[in-house]
Write a protein that binds this ligand. Structure first.
Ligand code: NG1
Ligand code: ZN
Length: 542
């Protein structure tokens, strides 16, 4: 380790004084102008992690659905997963130390994690379309280089594509080829094969309108569309040529405002979807003949997919275990439908995909989705092997079902939630089942719900248990919530500190939209009063 070089380069990426940042559920996120030193330091950390794991590590520069002025960075572990928890702590520590402590802290991490400094290191880097991202990813490269790491800069990629590259590289390309063409070919081939099984294919030229949030999804879909255009034609909106990233559009906007994005021409009953700014989330929606907007969120996506998978498993006669993993934000009726009608076991974890991903790995086939549209389906090694074997051995309809399972396995990004691959799976299932978007939506009716944010001096005064559904501190808060929930029918509410924003999130469900709104408002007031609210008191308006 050339300590002098580190000191010299670190000074070129100086930390603004007094700035404290935390590696949260999605890495570091803040205003882009505060992130140069964090990028350099994450380059350093990625090299250490790569040396320790003797694997390729990914560094993604993005702030996902957050405003264009923001940016962020997260590290991707060897199998495409989120960074291990002990390394999140190192990341937070490294991002916050003063210049003069840099050498000591690097040596410290190296010792704690038994890093062999002689080991080679390889880091792959990707970035979204934000104007600040190119320079920031250069700072990551500076960090990697000064610690002697090798790197490959993929340039602009969706977040899930970088996860895919990391996964491919660490499995010697067995999962797929670690190139952008490799990604396009693998997914398109599985999609085209799968949709060929649809009896109505060819009758109708299937089209889908996609709001790309003015982000990277548009660029990548443009490159990819000709690989699958024989089965699906996509019309892209908010493709970044005019509008601002994530501004009044994208999956997060549509989900949280429960209304269509700007810039999308919607005709009644047309199937539409929105990606977020880095294309790891997707939600569907349509407008009915009366002009009413219908949102089809991650919960309904999970329901469609798990029902279809269950049907196929029944057809092939294989008893592979299947489970659905949700968070507390899942609509109460989705959980009820999955458990009572579909008879699929449902589990609830804390918010943040790493928790869902982890839980989903316990099943042969683990379906996980956050209500906001981030999710995928994980297949165990055993399930993959079994399915491939059945696709060869079985005959007739059973073989057809096994082949579909094989294609679905190949379509899902096994490393993380991926809007592009989720979209292709959904489109294939709708075609195979001959379902319209309205029929899909009608599987169950969402309980009206409302999400709000409350500003408090220190959001960590709120601690939770039971997968974030109960507040443990501050004293009296849970009792207050219980009292408010009792006032409404079919109601449920919970609060938790956000892992990505300096706010407390409030969620409420009740029998009507008005009730959900007022319950959310009343719970917000309780948070404001009992958890040290700052600024304007919550207002009863939406
Ligand atoms: P926080 O800010 O911790 O609520 C949000 C989303 C998560 C996850 C992360 C990472 C909600 C309520 N929360 O986390 O589901 O997607 O961002 O992007 O949607
Ligand atoms: Zn995202």
């Amino acid at each position: 380790m050339d300590l002098d070089a580190i000191t010299k380069y670190s000074a070129l990426h100086a930390k603004p004084s007094g700035l404290i940042l935390q590696y949260g559920t999605a890495g570091f996120r803040t205003k882009a102008e505060h992130l140069d030193h964090v990028m350099f330091r994450m380059g350093l950390l990625a090299v250490l992690r790569s040396k320790q794991t003797k694997s390729t590590i990914g560094v993604m520069v993005t702030a996902s659905h957050n405003p264009e002025e923001d940016n962020g960075v997260k590290l991707i572990d060897p199998l495409g997963e989120m960074l291990a928890p002990s390394w999140e702590e190192h990341a937070t520590c490294l991002a916050n130390i003063e210049e003069q402590d840099m050498q000591r802290v690097l040596i410290d991490i190296g010792e704690k994690e038994a890093v062999n400094f002689q080991q080679d290191a390889f880091v792959v880097i990707g970035r979204d379309t934000r104007p600040s991202s190119e320079k920031l990813s250069q700072s990551v490269i500076d960090g990697v280089t000064v610690l002697g790491g090798q790197f490959h800069d993929y340039g602009m990629l969706t977040t899930p594509q970088l996860h895919y590259m990391v996964y491919c590289r660490n499995t010697s390309d067995q999962y797929g080829k670690a190139t952008i063409e490799g990604y396009y070919q693998k997914h398109s081939k599985a999609f085209v094969e799968l949709t060929k099984q649809a009896s109505c294919s060819g009758d109708e030229n299937r089209t889908l309108k996609i709001d790309c949030a003015n982000g990277i999804g548009a660029l990548k879909l443009r490159e990819m569309e000709h690989y699958f255009s024989q089965s699906l034609s996509v019309h892209l909106f908010n493709d970044g040529t005019k509008g601002k990233l994530n501004h009044l559009c994208g999956a997060d906007f549509v989900k949280s405002h429960q209304k269509p994005p700007e810039g999308m021409e919607m005709k009644s009953n047309e199937r539409c979807c929105s990606f977020d700014g880095d294309a790891d989330r997707i939600v569907y929606y349509y407008q009915d003949a009366d002009g009413h907007f219908h949102l089809i969120d991650g919960d309904k996506i999970a329901t469609l997919i798990s029902s279809f998978l269950k049907e196929l498993l029944l057809e092939v006669g294989e008893s592979l275990s299947i489970g659905v993993v949700q968070t507390a934000y899942a609509n109460g009726n989705s959980t009820r439908y999955l458990e009572e009608v579909m008879k699929v076991p449902v589990y609830c974890t804390k918010t943040g995909v790493k928790h869902l991903h982890h839980k989903a790995q316990e099943f042969d086939i683990g379906v996980y989705f956050e209500a906001n549209g981030h999710g995928t389906v994980l297949f165990s090694k055993f399930a993959e092997m079994k399915i491939r074997q059945l696709a060869k051995e079985l005959e007739d309809n059973k073989r057809k079902a096994a082949k579909m399972l094989e294609n679905i396995f190949d379509l899902f990004n096994q490393a993380t939630g991926d809007a592009i691959s989720d979209m292709l799976v959904i489109e294939a299932i709708l075609a195979l089942k001959g379902l319209t978007v309205q029929q899909w939506d009608a599987l169950y009716t969402d309980i009206p719900n409302r999400q709000l944010k409350v500003k408090v001096a220190d959001r960590q005064v709120i601690s939770t248990t039971d997968a974030e559904r109960q507040a443990v501190t501050p004293p009296g808060l849970q009792e207050a919530i219980n009292g408010l929930v009792k006032k409404y029918r079919l109601s449920r509410a919970f609060v938790r500190p956000s892992g990505t924003e300096d706010v407390v999130r409030v969620y409420a469900e009740a029998d009507s939209q008005e009730s959900a709104n007022s319950l959310a408002y009343e719970v917000s007031l309780a948070v404001f009063q009992l958890a040290g609210g700052i600024g304007e008191r919550p207002q009863p308006r939406f």
